[in-house]
Ligand binder design. Structure first.
Ligand code: Z5A
Length: 217
Protein backbone atom coordinates (compact mmCIF):
# COMPACT_ATOMS: atom_id res chain seq x y z
CA UNK A 1 0.00 0.00 0.00
CA UNK A 2 0.91 3.67 -0.07
CA UNK A 3 3.31 4.93 2.58
CA UNK A 4 4.54 8.49 3.11
CA UNK A 5 8.00 7.44 1.90
CA UNK A 6 6.89 5.60 -1.20
CA UNK A 7 3.25 6.26 -1.98
CA UNK A 8 1.59 4.52 -4.87
CA UNK A 9 0.54 7.02 -7.49
CA UNK A 10 -3.11 8.01 -7.06
CA UNK A 11 -5.78 7.55 -9.71
CA UNK A 12 -6.89 10.44 -11.89
CA UNK A 13 -10.59 10.59 -12.77
CA UNK A 14 -12.24 13.25 -14.94
CA UNK A 15 -15.97 13.85 -15.36
CA UNK A 16 -17.22 15.26 -18.65
CA UNK A 17 -20.50 16.09 -20.33
CA UNK A 18 -22.54 18.85 -21.91
CA UNK A 19 -24.63 21.50 -20.21
CA UNK A 20 -26.82 20.19 -17.41
CA UNK A 21 -25.47 16.65 -17.71
CA UNK A 22 -25.28 16.51 -13.91
CA UNK A 23 -21.52 16.64 -13.22
CA UNK A 24 -21.81 18.89 -10.17
CA UNK A 25 -24.67 16.78 -8.83
CA UNK A 26 -22.64 13.58 -9.29
CA UNK A 27 -19.29 14.79 -7.92
CA UNK A 28 -20.16 15.14 -4.23
CA UNK A 29 -21.67 11.68 -4.01
CA UNK A 30 -18.87 10.14 -6.02
CA UNK A 31 -16.26 11.69 -3.78
CA UNK A 32 -17.96 10.22 -0.70
CA UNK A 33 -18.21 6.80 -2.36
CA UNK A 34 -14.45 6.78 -2.98
CA UNK A 35 -13.59 8.09 0.49
CA UNK A 36 -15.69 5.33 2.04
CA UNK A 37 -13.10 2.92 0.63
CA UNK A 38 -10.29 4.56 2.53
CA UNK A 39 -8.88 6.73 -0.26
CA UNK A 40 -8.01 10.44 0.08
CA UNK A 41 -9.70 12.42 -2.70
CA UNK A 42 -8.75 15.83 -4.08
CA UNK A 43 -11.73 17.33 -5.92
CA UNK A 44 -11.14 20.12 -8.40
CA UNK A 45 -12.48 21.65 -11.62
CA UNK A 46 -11.60 23.18 -14.97
CA UNK A 47 -11.35 25.92 -15.77
CA UNK A 48 -10.47 26.72 -12.16
CA UNK A 49 -9.07 24.92 -9.16
CA UNK A 50 -6.29 27.48 -8.50
CA UNK A 51 -6.30 31.23 -7.87
CA UNK A 52 -5.27 31.82 -11.49
CA UNK A 53 -7.68 29.20 -12.83
CA UNK A 54 -10.67 30.64 -11.00
CA UNK A 55 -9.90 34.07 -12.47
CA UNK A 56 -9.65 32.50 -15.94
CA UNK A 57 -13.00 30.83 -15.29
CA UNK A 58 -14.49 34.22 -14.46
CA UNK A 59 -13.21 35.57 -17.78
CA UNK A 60 -14.35 32.73 -20.03
CA UNK A 61 -17.83 32.57 -18.49
CA UNK A 62 -18.40 36.36 -18.35
CA UNK A 63 -21.33 37.20 -20.67
CA UNK A 64 -19.91 40.73 -21.00
CA UNK A 65 -16.80 39.40 -22.84
CA UNK A 66 -18.68 38.52 -26.00
CA UNK A 67 -15.75 38.99 -28.37
CA UNK A 68 -13.30 36.43 -26.95
CA UNK A 69 -11.45 34.95 -29.93
CA UNK A 70 -11.68 31.15 -30.30
CA UNK A 71 -7.87 30.78 -30.21
CA UNK A 72 -7.67 33.00 -27.14
CA UNK A 73 -10.39 30.90 -25.47
CA UNK A 74 -8.47 27.69 -26.21
CA UNK A 75 -5.25 29.14 -24.80
CA UNK A 76 -7.03 30.35 -21.67
CA UNK A 77 -8.32 26.80 -21.05
CA UNK A 78 -4.77 25.46 -21.34
CA UNK A 79 -3.39 28.27 -19.16
CA UNK A 80 -5.78 27.23 -16.39
CA UNK A 81 -4.83 23.57 -17.02
CA UNK A 82 -1.07 24.21 -16.83
CA UNK A 83 -1.46 25.92 -13.45
CA UNK A 84 -3.81 23.22 -12.13
CA UNK A 85 -1.45 20.42 -13.17
CA UNK A 86 1.53 22.12 -11.51
CA UNK A 87 -0.21 23.25 -8.33
CA UNK A 88 -2.82 20.57 -7.65
CA UNK A 89 -3.06 17.50 -9.88
CA UNK A 90 0.55 16.30 -10.12
CA UNK A 91 1.38 16.86 -6.42
CA UNK A 92 -1.82 15.08 -5.34
CA UNK A 93 -1.20 12.04 -7.57
CA UNK A 94 2.44 11.89 -6.44
CA UNK A 95 1.25 11.87 -2.80
CA UNK A 96 -1.03 8.91 -3.55
CA UNK A 97 -4.27 10.87 -3.46
CA UNK A 98 -6.99 10.31 -6.01
CA UNK A 99 -7.96 13.31 -8.11
CA UNK A 100 -11.57 13.89 -9.13
CA UNK A 101 -11.70 16.63 -11.77
CA UNK A 102 -14.84 18.30 -13.11
CA UNK A 103 -13.75 18.47 -16.79
CA UNK A 104 -10.24 18.13 -18.26
CA UNK A 105 -8.61 18.16 -21.73
CA UNK A 106 -11.47 16.28 -23.42
CA UNK A 107 -13.56 19.43 -22.81
CA UNK A 108 -11.13 21.45 -24.96
CA UNK A 109 -11.53 18.97 -27.83
CA UNK A 110 -15.33 19.02 -27.38
CA UNK A 111 -15.94 22.78 -26.91
CA UNK A 112 -13.04 24.53 -28.66
CA UNK A 113 -12.58 21.75 -31.24
CA UNK A 114 -16.09 20.43 -31.92
CA UNK A 115 -17.97 23.52 -30.79
CA UNK A 116 -15.78 26.34 -32.11
CA UNK A 117 -13.96 24.51 -34.91
CA UNK A 118 -10.39 24.89 -33.64
CA UNK A 119 -8.23 22.27 -35.42
CA UNK A 120 -7.80 19.03 -33.48
CA UNK A 121 -4.10 18.91 -34.38
CA UNK A 122 -3.45 22.23 -32.61
CA UNK A 123 -5.32 21.07 -29.50
CA UNK A 124 -3.26 17.87 -29.56
CA UNK A 125 -0.06 19.95 -29.76
CA UNK A 126 -1.11 21.97 -26.72
CA UNK A 127 -2.04 18.77 -24.89
CA UNK A 128 1.40 17.27 -25.56
CA UNK A 129 3.12 20.44 -24.39
CA UNK A 130 1.03 21.10 -21.27
CA UNK A 131 0.00 17.61 -20.12
CA UNK A 132 3.21 15.79 -21.19
CA UNK A 133 1.45 12.45 -21.47
CA UNK A 134 -0.61 12.68 -18.29
CA UNK A 135 -4.14 11.50 -19.00
CA UNK A 136 -6.99 10.52 -16.69
CA UNK A 137 -7.02 6.84 -15.71
CA UNK A 138 -10.78 7.01 -16.14
CA UNK A 139 -13.06 9.54 -17.83
CA UNK A 140 -16.75 9.39 -17.00
CA UNK A 141 -18.79 10.86 -19.85
CA UNK A 142 -22.25 11.92 -18.67
CA UNK A 143 -24.13 11.66 -21.93
CA UNK A 144 -27.54 13.29 -22.23
CA UNK A 145 -29.58 14.60 -25.18
CA UNK A 146 -28.91 18.32 -25.69
CA UNK A 147 -32.56 19.27 -25.15
CA UNK A 148 -32.67 17.44 -21.80
CA UNK A 149 -29.45 19.02 -20.52
CA UNK A 150 -30.37 22.50 -21.69
CA UNK A 151 -33.82 22.12 -20.17
CA UNK A 152 -32.25 21.41 -16.78
CA UNK A 153 -29.95 24.43 -17.04
CA UNK A 154 -32.82 26.69 -18.14
CA UNK A 155 -34.85 25.58 -15.12
CA UNK A 156 -31.91 26.54 -12.91
CA UNK A 157 -31.62 30.01 -14.50
CA UNK A 158 -28.59 32.28 -15.09
CA UNK A 159 -26.85 31.76 -18.42
CA UNK A 160 -23.05 32.16 -18.90
CA UNK A 161 -21.06 33.21 -22.01
CA UNK A 162 -20.86 29.66 -23.42
CA UNK A 163 -24.41 28.61 -22.56
CA UNK A 164 -25.82 31.26 -24.94
CA UNK A 165 -24.63 29.20 -27.95
CA UNK A 166 -27.18 27.58 -30.28
CA UNK A 167 -28.29 23.94 -30.01
CA UNK A 168 -26.08 23.06 -33.02
CA UNK A 169 -22.99 24.07 -31.01
CA UNK A 170 -23.94 21.70 -28.19
CA UNK A 171 -24.78 18.92 -30.66
CA UNK A 172 -21.19 19.21 -31.98
CA UNK A 173 -19.88 19.18 -28.40
CA UNK A 174 -21.84 16.02 -27.64
CA UNK A 175 -20.78 14.30 -30.87
CA UNK A 176 -17.11 15.10 -30.20
CA UNK A 177 -17.30 13.66 -26.70
CA UNK A 178 -18.98 10.49 -28.00
CA UNK A 179 -16.40 10.11 -30.79
CA UNK A 180 -13.57 10.43 -28.29
CA UNK A 181 -15.19 7.85 -26.00
CA UNK A 182 -15.58 5.43 -28.91
CA UNK A 183 -11.93 5.94 -29.89
CA UNK A 184 -10.62 5.28 -26.37
CA UNK A 185 -12.99 2.74 -24.80
CA UNK A 186 -10.37 1.64 -22.25
CA UNK A 187 -10.24 5.14 -20.72
CA UNK A 188 -13.87 6.27 -21.11
CA UNK A 189 -17.00 5.05 -19.46
CA UNK A 190 -20.16 6.50 -21.03
CA UNK A 191 -23.02 6.88 -18.55
CA UNK A 192 -26.65 7.51 -19.48
CA UNK A 193 -27.11 10.83 -17.67
CA UNK A 194 -30.83 11.02 -18.40
CA UNK A 195 -31.29 8.51 -15.58
CA UNK A 196 -32.16 9.72 -12.05
CA UNK A 197 -29.17 11.02 -10.03
CA UNK A 198 -28.98 7.90 -7.82
CA UNK A 199 -28.64 5.60 -10.85
CA UNK A 200 -25.94 7.81 -12.40
CA UNK A 201 -24.04 7.80 -9.09
CA UNK A 202 -24.26 4.01 -8.79
CA UNK A 203 -22.89 3.46 -12.30
CA UNK A 204 -20.14 6.04 -11.77
CA UNK A 205 -19.09 4.58 -8.41
CA UNK A 206 -18.95 1.06 -9.91
CA UNK A 207 -16.64 2.27 -12.68
CA UNK A 208 -14.39 4.21 -10.30
CA UNK A 209 -14.03 1.44 -7.72
CA UNK A 210 -13.22 -1.03 -10.51
CA UNK A 211 -9.98 0.95 -10.96
CA UNK A 212 -8.72 -0.85 -7.85
CA UNK A 213 -6.30 0.52 -5.31
CA UNK A 214 -9.13 1.37 -2.94
CA UNK A 215 -9.10 -0.95 0.06
CA UNK A 216 -12.53 -2.34 0.92
CA UNK A 217 -13.44 -1.50 4.52
N1 Z5A B 1 -14.95 24.54 -20.99
C1 Z5A B 1 -14.42 24.62 -22.25
O1 Z5A B 1 -15.04 25.20 -23.13
N2 Z5A B 1 -13.21 24.06 -22.52
C2 Z5A B 1 -12.48 23.42 -21.58
O2 Z5A B 1 -11.37 22.94 -21.86
C3 Z5A B 1 -13.03 23.33 -20.25
C4 Z5A B 1 -14.27 23.90 -20.00
C5 Z5A B 1 -12.26 22.63 -19.18
C6 Z5A B 1 -17.66 25.69 -17.49
O3 Z5A B 1 -17.75 24.37 -17.18
C7 Z5A B 1 -17.61 25.89 -18.98
O4 Z5A B 1 -16.26 25.74 -19.43
C8 Z5A B 1 -18.39 24.86 -19.75
C9 Z5A B 1 -17.42 24.24 -20.71
C10 Z5A B 1 -16.26 25.16 -20.70
N3 Z5A B 1 -19.37 25.47 -20.55
N4 Z5A B 1 -20.25 26.17 -20.25
N5 Z5A B 1 -21.09 26.85 -20.08
P1 Z5A B 1 -18.76 23.81 -16.09
O5 Z5A B 1 -18.60 22.36 -16.14
O6 Z5A B 1 -18.59 24.45 -14.79
O7 Z5A B 1 -20.17 24.36 -16.60
P2 Z5A B 1 -21.40 23.63 -17.10
O8 Z5A B 1 -21.17 22.50 -18.01
O9 Z5A B 1 -22.22 24.74 -17.62
O10 Z5A B 1 -21.98 23.01 -15.77
P3 Z5A B 1 -23.47 22.87 -15.39
O11 Z5A B 1 -24.35 23.48 -16.37
O12 Z5A B 1 -23.57 23.32 -14.01
O13 Z5A B 1 -23.72 21.33 -15.55
P4 Z5A B 1 -23.53 20.10 -14.61
O14 Z5A B 1 -22.58 20.38 -13.48
O15 Z5A B 1 -23.23 18.98 -15.48
O16 Z5A B 1 -24.98 19.89 -14.01
P5 Z5A B 1 -25.55 20.03 -12.52
O17 Z5A B 1 -25.31 21.42 -12.01
O18 Z5A B 1 -25.18 18.89 -11.70
O19 Z5A B 1 -27.08 19.88 -12.86
C11 Z5A B 1 -27.79 20.83 -13.62
C12 Z5A B 1 -29.28 20.81 -13.16
O20 Z5A B 1 -29.83 19.54 -13.46
C13 Z5A B 1 -29.45 20.99 -11.66
O21 Z5A B 1 -30.62 21.71 -11.43
C14 Z5A B 1 -29.60 19.56 -11.15
O22 Z5A B 1 -30.37 19.50 -9.99
C15 Z5A B 1 -30.29 18.87 -12.30
N6 Z5A B 1 -29.87 17.44 -12.44
C16 Z5A B 1 -28.61 16.95 -12.32
N7 Z5A B 1 -28.58 15.63 -12.52
C17 Z5A B 1 -29.85 15.26 -12.81
C18 Z5A B 1 -30.45 14.01 -13.15
N8 Z5A B 1 -29.75 12.88 -13.22
N9 Z5A B 1 -31.78 14.00 -13.39
C19 Z5A B 1 -32.51 15.14 -13.33
N10 Z5A B 1 -31.99 16.36 -13.01
C20 Z5A B 1 -30.69 16.43 -12.76
Amino acid sequence: GASPMNPERGKFISVEGGEGAGKSTLLGGLRKAIERHGVAVVQTREPGGTALGERVRGLVLDPALRGIDAQAELLLMFASRAQLLREVIRPALDAGHWVLCDRFTDASYAYQGGGRGQPTAFIADLERWVCTGLQPDLTLLLDVPVAVGRGRVAARGGVDRIEVEADAFFERVRATYRDRAAAEPQRFRVLDASQPPAAVLQAAADAVLALGGACAT
